[in-house]
Design a protein around this ligand. Structure first.
Ligand code: F0G
Length: 398
């Protein structure tokens, strides 16, 4: 069943619906199978390991074997900050971001519903993922991108997988409004995270964190927040495992936003249940350059219900954290993903995070998604002749 998170109105799993027809709020899919966690043993490590928790027809699953991503212990960085740190590396998904989890479920649902065209607005990763999964399923794909604000790797992916790429003169929020209008006219099946089936896939990050820790919850999960789907999804995942009796505690959900695009953090500071949209959001982390997140209400509930936090970080803090993670731990992530590390550092310094806490930072997309930002942060390589003498001269000066 699909249910409105505000008024409780109920809809069928085959309804094509994005927001509540009664009150306009966001929807969620209810899913509570009665299973023992023993059934997960010996299954392949993809997100479909937890298929009983995925509300789609098992016989039609469209998958590129997403999920089962690395869960890296980061001892050096953790020791420096005085916490037990694990990093969930979502850049290792098939198209290089966590969106693949949501798209696997979303595209499977699209096939079940018999639609022929799917679409989304995107800051980049959603479009890259949708283009790939639509190609695999043989569906037409239309993506709307904010002109000039999508990182190169993501744009290349969306175009190369054969999506119809439309550049919108406006920001992500405006592109989302436009594509939603198309969806409501029946021109395409909308696969932004306002579609509750997307979050059903992404909740598997929460399942995996618990499973990776040996069926325990960490003290805290920290992640970047843009459209606010992922924080809502991960909270849904850990809550479902808690309600199934698989874990005894729940993590504190901690969302990090860029200073120039922080409606959720502002709402949390004031204790509000909904956001005031930010006009003209701006940040180097283009993936989270969003002023009016559609899943804001769900995200705020996740933060309040888990006794969590929301914080902002500056672009400089994001870029320093990106470099720190790459150079200290060998994990290459795009700027938005590094917001989780920058946020951890800031919250430790502020004394909001206790020494010794067990933390999982979710890093959401691969370094190569945004090669320009990476290259701009480095010195040009030195060019020399290919002989020992020239090389020795250069090495002596390092
Ligand atoms: N990190 C990355 C790398 C992202 O691409 C996104 C969102 C987020 C974090 C934030 O996740 O929106 O669920 O709060 N990217 C979307 C896109 C908006 O279009 O690719 P969220």
């Amino acid at each position: 069943m699909i249910k409105c998170i505000d008024c409780g109105a109920e809809y069928g799993l085959r309804d094509i619906i994005y927001t509540c027809r009664e009150c306009g709020s966001v929807l969620e899919v209810l899913c509570s199978p009665h299973v023992s966690k023993d059934i997960f043993e010996c299954r392949k490590s993809t997100m479909w390991k937890y298929k009983e928790f995925m509300p789609v027809d098992e016989s039609r699953i469209v998958t590129l074997e997403e999920g089962g991503t690395p869960f890296c212990k980061c001892k050096k960085l953790g020791d420096e900050l005085g916490v037990k740190l694990h990093v969930k590396v979502e850049g290792s998904n098939p198209t290089g971001s966590f969106k693949d989890r949501g798209m696997s479920v979303g595209i499977t649902k699209a096939l079940e519903l018999g639609v022929d065209t799917v679409g989304c607005a995107s800051t980049g990763n959603t479009s890259a993922s949708l283009a790939a999964y639509a190609a695999r399923a043989g569906l037409k794909c239309i993506v709307l991108l904010p002109a000039g604000k999508v990182a190169l790797g993501k744009l290349a992916q969306a175009m190369f997988h054969g999506a119809e790429v439309i550049s919108i003169k406006g920001n992500f929020d405006e592109a989302l409004e436009a594509v939603t209008a198309l969806a409501l006219e029946g021109k395409l099946y909308l696969l932004n995270s306002v579609n509750p089936f997307r979050l059903e896939g992404q909740k598997s990050i929460g399942f995996e964190i618990v499973d990776d820790l040996g069926w325990r919850s960490p003290d805290r999960i920290i992640l970047p927040v843009g459209n606010a789907g992922n924080i809502s999804a991960i909270w849904k995942g850990v809550t479902e495992f808690y309600e199934a009796g698989f874990i005894q505690d729940l993590p504190r959900m901690t969302g990090i936003q860029a200073e120039g695009a922080a409606p959720i953090t502002r709402a949390v500071r004031k204790g509000l249940d909904d956001i005031v949209p930010v006009e003209n959001p701006e940040t180097v982390a283009t993936a989270i350059r969003i002023g009016a997140p559609v899943s804001a209400k769900k995200a705020l509930r996740a933060i309040y219900d888990s006794d969590g936090l929301a914080e902002t970080v500056t672009d400089d803090e994001i870029l320093s954290a990106q470099k720190l993670l790459a150079r200290k731990e060998g994990i290459g992530v795009e700027p938005a993903s590094a917001a989780s590390i920058a946020g951890l550092k800031k919250l430790v310094e502020m004394g909001e995070i206790d020494k010794g806490e067990e933390i999982v930072c979710v890093v959401t997309g691969h370094l190569l998604k945004d090669p320009n930002t990476a290259i701009n942060a480095c010195k040009e390589p030195i060019e020399v002749d290919a002989n020992l003498e020239s090389l020795s001269r250069v090495l002596n000066h390092l």
